[in-house]
Write a protein that binds this ligand. Structure first.
Ligand code: H53
Length: 826
């Protein structure tokens, strides 16, 4: 699979309006020295990858200076933020680092002097795809903003040997290929063999009476795994601060049983090692659904335990006890994946450091905070009690005690019904006994946050309503954000340069300065330049589409983009139904003045998600028919771009005219792609879901196209058993498109291929595709008309850019810092 290439005509340093950088002889010499002495290659023999590594190492030296300086400057007393996340979807680091250090020009010139093109070698870097989607990318944006705002922070996670699978599309079907991103080494990481912790699993717990009558719990574990630290520097904007992303790799305590090896049992001698190291072997490709495997629980506990041990050790080096831990550290649990931290922190404090239970509980609940990212019942993590007993026998005891004390404290405050106990208990007894990780994280945290206003409201009203009634101050909203450095400055340098010219260089430092654009939205000369920038971006995307899919598209057409994980609740199939209906409409009335459209899709399906894979196949089959039909040529084209990742997003987003955010209302917690697309000038077509609600508030209702059922309406509609059949009966257009797809009009080689998919829509349609279809169709036709009034279209587009400054992750992190972590912002 070919990776995305980025050809930047204009480097951001030019965008900054800065004087042309002077040639930096040091950079040139540094690159040459790295090539020779670190890579071991002569200039004459060096290939792109060698140049990439040499340059990355030369740049890294400059990062290290600032990194060490940041650590030295942060006195031991300063409060740190610890962001615990099973996912960090970083993408490429080379250009991000060079750009944040403001040395793009120097590096470009140094390389040019050596006959090497910066844009060619930056495309050699593999994506660090240590995440599935929004949650992982959010963690990466947050790390960048934390450093930018000069907040001392550690990201803690797992150093997966294999990141999220590479997606190959073969005849329309998704195939998963291992992402071996480390096979050529990783110049950004520092292995720390001296920073390691033992993480234990299994075994039994012995209870021993102490002379004072208390009981000591001794955990005799069955298995010990070594967690070894790998540190990656996270560079903030203008290199102001460099924080650490510390990822753990699993190692066997006993890597080789020499006796077995010498006996000739060469496989058995390393069997234990294989089992242990599996923990950090591969990222689970599940998005918003808990992978129920034991290995997943082992991953979660592995990184949580190592991270807690690490920060407790650092605390103890400077303080006599842990009583002031909450003054020196705030831990953020990114979803429930690290929620076992509640029990593990209690265990470490009580069992290992002899802190009294009550005091340990005070410390724990003053240090931990939890972010919830979904309310979908099937996505809320629970673990079978039996599994926990086997893998983490001491933790299940601690969870039982936390639960007992929690329920007891409720009883003390008055009557509690059996119903309430069932609702708020940490143990779900309804289908087998399971530990509910969301409520555990809730009870163990000081603050619990949702990721958009609507989502937080729904948290209070639905999934966490009982706990919210008990702890009314705990839930708080922190609407997601994105780092403008990556998603505007780096991804769209031409637009950035234009913005700097229009509103001044402060726009590079302060997202809210974008509002200065309001002054020029009516200026035709400015608008023409804006459209010209977009045109270049669209030409680049058209080339990429041709290279990846063979589909030729016209950059003058409306680029209609839906890029995100493939999921029924995100409703790519709603978009595909509309595509098929539009195709039929164009064929029926070929002489109408249709707005030329290119429907662009990209996204991965979880490997076990059969329906999602079928939706990809449907996109492919539609593309086959539509792109090869001369009747619609120049009016409608469909492209499914394989292997969506951060780097591909960086190419698609600056070229999108229309941003599809069409989830069933109430189901998308926030979305962050919606923010990236609006920032780059795409107009949103969307439901009133997640952060779309706040995008509408920011950009104004006249500059966004909202359609469909609202969250309360969707909830009510879903409860009507015949909602789908009624919607279909009321819409001849929908009925006919369902007939066409269901009967094989787009899959003549296998006419029954989509019968199940269509049958599902006819029978249950849990995501209300049929109910929203007509409203969506009408909204799209309204946009068709708008496209014919370019002045109006570009005005709306520009107003989107001007008004989305609030979605900078700097704003989000500021809010976390002030209201959740209580740390100063630099
Ligand atoms: O988290 C994003 C949200 C988005 C939500 C996503 C997410 C995952 O990527 C994975 C698991 C999960 O429960 C939620 O779907 O709406 O924007 C960041 O908050």
């Amino acid at each position: 699979l070919k990776d995305a290439t980025l050809a930047h005509e204009a480097p951001p340093e030019a965008a900054a309006g800065a004087a042309q950088p002077r040639p930096d002889p040091d950079m040139r010499e540094a690159i040459l020295a790295k090539l020779r002495f670190a890579v071991g290659r002569d200039v004459s023999a060096a290939r792109d990858h060698d140049w990439y590594v040499a340059t990355a190492l030369a740049v890294r030296d400059r990062v290290v200076e600032r990194w060490l300086d940041s650590i030295a400057r942060t006195g031991p007393e300063k409060k740190h933020v610890y962001y615990f996340s099973l996912e960090f979807l970083i993408g490429r680091l080379f250009f991000d680092t060079v750009s944040n250090l403001n040395i793009v020009g120097e590096v470009r010139q140094a390389l040019a002097g050596l006959g090497v093109d910066l844009d060619r070698i930056r495309a050699v870097e593999p994506d660090a795809a240590l995440g599935n989607g929004g949650l992982g990318r959010l963690a990466a944006c947050f790390m960048e903003s934390l450093a930018t705002l000069d907040i001392p922070a550690f990201g803690y996670g797992i150093r997966y040997d294999y990141g999220l699978f590479r997606q190959a599309i073969v005849d329309g079907w998704q195939h998963e290929i291992p992402e071996d991103w480390l096979s050529f080494g990783n110049p950004w990481e520092f292995e720390r063999p001296d920073i390691k912790y033992l993480v234990r699993f299994g075994g039994s717990v012995e209870m021993v009476g102490r002379p004072d009558g208390t009981i000591q719990h001794i955990w005799h574990s069955a298995e010990t795994v070594v967690a070894v630290a790998f540190d990656t520097p996270m560079v903030g904007w203008r290199g102001r601060r460099v924080n650490t992303l510390r990822l753990w790799s699993a190692r066997a305590a006993d890597p080789l049983v020499l006796e077995a090896f010498n006996r000739g049992d060469h496989v058995g001698a390393v069997a234990d090692r294989m089992r242990v190291e599996a923990i950090s072997r591969v990222l689970y490709p599940s998005d918003a659904t808990p992978a129920g495997q034991e290995l997943r629980l082992r991953q979660e506990f592995f990184f949580t335990s190592a991270s807690l041990q690490d920060l407790l050790r650092r605390h103890r080096e400077r303080h006599p006890d842990f009583s002031n831990l909450p003054d020196h550290g705030a831990i953020q649990l990114n979803d429930t994946h690290p929620a076992i931290a509640v029990a593990e922190l209690m265990r470490l404090l009580v069992d290992e450091h002899n802190v009294r239970w009550d005091e340990a509980w005070r410390i724990t609940t003053a240090t931990l905070n939890y972010t919830n990212h979904t309310l979908m019942p099937e996505a809320l993590e629970t673990w079978p009690v039996e599994l926990m007993e086997r893998v983490l026998p001491r933790h299940i005891q601690i969870i039982y005690l936390i639960n007992f004390l929690h329920l007891e404290s409720l009883a003390k405050n008055g009557e509690i019904s059996a119903d309430l106990v069932r609702q708020v208990s940490l143990i779900d007894e309804s289908h087998g006994r399971r530990v509910r990780m969301g409520p555990l994280a809730f009870i163990g945290s000081r603050r619990v946050n949702g990721v958009s206003a609507l989502h937080t409201e729904l948290m209070r009203k639905t999934v966490f309503s009982d706990l919210h009634a008990l702890y009314p101050d705990r839930i708080t909203n922190k609407t997601n954000g994105i780092t403008f450095r990556r998603w505007l400055l780096e991804a769209n340098p031409d637009l950035t340069r234009l913005l700097v010219e229009a509103v001044g260089p402060q726009v590079l430092d302060d997202a809210e300065a974008l509002s200065g654009l309001e002054r020029v939205v009516g200026d035709p000369a400015f608008r023409d330049r804006f459209v010209a920038v977009r045109r270049r971006n669209k030409e680049r995307l058209a080339q990429e589409i041709a290279a990846r899919t063979g589909v030729k598209v016209d950059p003058a057409a409306l680029f209609d983009v839906q890029i995100k994980r493939i999921h029924e609740y995100k409703r790519q199939h709603l978009n595909l139904l509309e595509t098929a209906a539009l195709y039929a409409a164009i064929k029926a009335e070929p002489n109408r003045d249709w707005t030329p459209r290119v429907k662009i899709f990209a996204g991965k399906a979880a490997s076990s998600y059969v329906v999602a894979k079928l939706i990809i196949k449907l996109a492919y089959d539609l593309a086959q028919v539509i792109n090869n039909d001369p009747d619609v040529r120049g009016r409608l084209a469909v492209a499914f771009l394989p292997n969506y990742n951060v780097s591909l997003a960086e190419i698609i987003i600056p070229a999108a005219d229309l941003s599809e955010q069409i989830s069933t209302a109430g189901l998308e917690a926030s979305g962050t792609g919606n923010m990236k697309l609006a920032l780059n000038g795409a107009i949103t077509i969307g439901t009133l879901d997640g952060a779309n609600v706040e995008i509408r508030e920011q950009v104004g209702p006249e500059n966004i196209t909202i359609f469909g059922l609202t969250a309360p309406e969707a909830l009510a509609r879903k409860a009507e058993p015949d909602h789908a059949s009624r919607a279909i009966a009321a819409s001849p257009r929908l009925a006919s498109v369902l007939d066409a797809i269901g009967s094989g009009a787009f899959s003549p080689d296998d006419p029954g291929r989509f019968a199940g998919l269509v049958g599902g829509l006819r029978d249950h349609d849990p995501f209300l595709v049929t109910d929203d279809f007509d409203a969506y169709w009408e909204a799209q036709r309204g946009l068709d008309e708008l496209w014919h009034r370019p002045e109006e279209w570009w005005r709306k587009s520009l107003l989107n850019v001007a008004r989305v400054g609030w979605f900078s992750s700097d704003r989000t992190i500021r809010e976390y810092a002030e209201e959740i972590w209580r740390v100063p912002v630099g």
